[in-house]
Write a protein that binds this ligand. Structure first.
Ligand code: ADP
Ligand code: MG
Length: 414
């Protein structure tokens, strides 16, 4: 099957070609046809399998073949996503594929000024990609009207229906027309959320791709047992051994992120952090630098990285194990995307062994152990630059002491 066989509008066909999309991925192959037939769809497919295009392509085709004049603030397709980063990214994918068509795409997310977004809304936007918080605000101010929405998409659907978002989501869904098309896309779905999800769709077509293996076959993932206090030495040594690699490091909290950054700074390793405490503009800039490779090591919390498509991440390091087992899948899924391969390594301390078990239960299989021999472990802890520096400092002090004893300046060796 090739994209050319779908007989999309010529602009869309050209845009797919320009993007280098020749054949649909599994999830695209299974989702595009029912979406074109205006069915509701509930789709589960691993991260990195091309879910964005699986809904973006047929949505654009539907809108392009049935044009409508929009009043200010009206929207035809509403895509809901959990984070700012994802709103930017998904809007970009839509923008890439609507080139040449008379379809406007708008991203609505918090942390930036509302006014420019409101101005855009006044001009009308067929496709809006939004985070619940900002959409809720704009809807309350009556600058966006959801009564004309024909298609509702929930990307990272399970996350969207979790407690933190549920109130906003419930409110917003009430504003939508009852007769609409609803599309759910997610890499994971748990039992609690299934019921909620079913409540929002009508006779949905259910699509599930390779449910057996939650982690894509393109990803080799391992766990190493490393004590909490030693993790920074192992991260340092890992970065040192892979100087050209693009590495995404996950930590449990914002505070930990800054702490790891400081630890790396002390040994002259340049890293950046991304988490919810940072201003949106800073987050966007940090993400850009990591995407472009200007910065090669990014330290992130779970929230800031879900669904984000970063080209060519060589390694994911779980510096801390995720508290929520399914986040393991989302984290390691940042590497090995599309046709690329990737590697993920988790640092598991004694205290985290319980969490590791929970993750393995969720994955329904054990994670391969990457054994570190005792002597190598000791060597890594002893020989990292951090300790070398201490050693150097000691030496300097010793030199100074000698100088003062001899009463003359110490001569440097050639
Ligand atoms: P998911 O949402 O499933 O995690 P994305 O939609 O972010 O995955 O897509 C992952 C990567 O695969 C993106 O870089 C995207 O451009 C690429 N991709 C998706 N579909 C295709 C395709 N049919 N051909 C080539 N590359 C694709
Ligand atoms: Mg996605």
């Amino acid at each position: 099957m090739k994209f050319s066989q779908y007989r999309f509008v010529p602009e869309l066909e050209t845009n797919l070609e320009t993007a280098g999309f020749k054949k649909p991925t599994d999830i695209q192959f299974k989702a595009i046809t029912p979406i074109l037939k205006k069915e509701d769809v509930l789709a589960i497919a691993q991260t990195g399998t091309g879910k964005t295009a699986a809904f973006a392509i047929p949505v654009i085709q539907l809108l392009a073949t049935n044009t409508k004049k929009l009043q200010p603030g009206e929207v035809r397709c509403l895509v809901m996503v959990p984070t700012h980063e994802l709103a930017i990214q998904v809007a970009d994918v839509f923008r890439q594929f609507v080139q040449g068509l008379d379809i406007q795409v708008l991203g609505l997310f918090g942390g930036t000024e509302q006014d420019p977004q409101i101005e855009q809304l006044k001009k009308g936007a067929e496709i809006v990609v939004a985070t619940p918080g900002r959409l809720f605000d704009l809807e309350s101010q009556l600058v966006i009207h959801l009564e004309q929405v024909e298609i509702l998409v929930l990307d990272e659907a399970d996350r969207m229906l979790e407690f933190g978002f549920l109130k906003d989501m419930r409110h917003l869904v009430k504003k939508l027309p009852r007769f609409r098309q609803t599309l759910f896309f997610s890499a994971t779905i748990n039992e609690n959320i299934k019921d909620l999800a079913y409540g929002l769709v009508r006779h949905a077509v259910r699509i599930q791709i390779s449910p057996k293996d939650k982690v894509s076959k393109n990803i080799d993932h391992f766990v190493s047992y490393i004590e909490m206090d030693h993790k920074r030495f192992f991260l340092e040594s890992f970065i040192f051994k892979n100087p050209e690699a693009k590495i995404l490091v996950f930590v449990r909290t914002k505070v930990r992120a800054e702490r790891v950054l400081n630890a790396m700074e002390r040994v002259d390793i340049k890293t950046e952090t991304i988490h919810g405490d940072k201003e949106q503009e800073v987050r966007t800039a940090v993400m850009e630098r990591f995407k472009s490779g200007t910065n090669k090591v990014l330290i992130a919390t779970d929230v800031s990285a879900r669904g984000v498509d970063i080209p060519n991440v060589d390694f994911v390091i779980n510096y801390d194990l995720p508290d929520i087992p399914e986040n393991y899948v989302h984290r390691v899924g940042r590497t090995g995307r599309g046709v690329n391969r990737g590697t993920a390594i988790s640092f598991c301390s004694e205290e985290e062994k319980e969490v590791l078990k929970e993750i393995e239960t969720f994955l329904q299989k054990p994670i391969t152990i990457l054994d570190i021999e005792k002597k190598d472990y000791k060597l890594t802890v002893d020989l990292t630059m951090d300790s070398t520096k201490d050693w150097r400092t000691l030496l300097k002090e010793q030199e100074k002491l000698e100088q003062s004893l001899k009463g003359k300046p110490h001569k440097k060796k050639k």
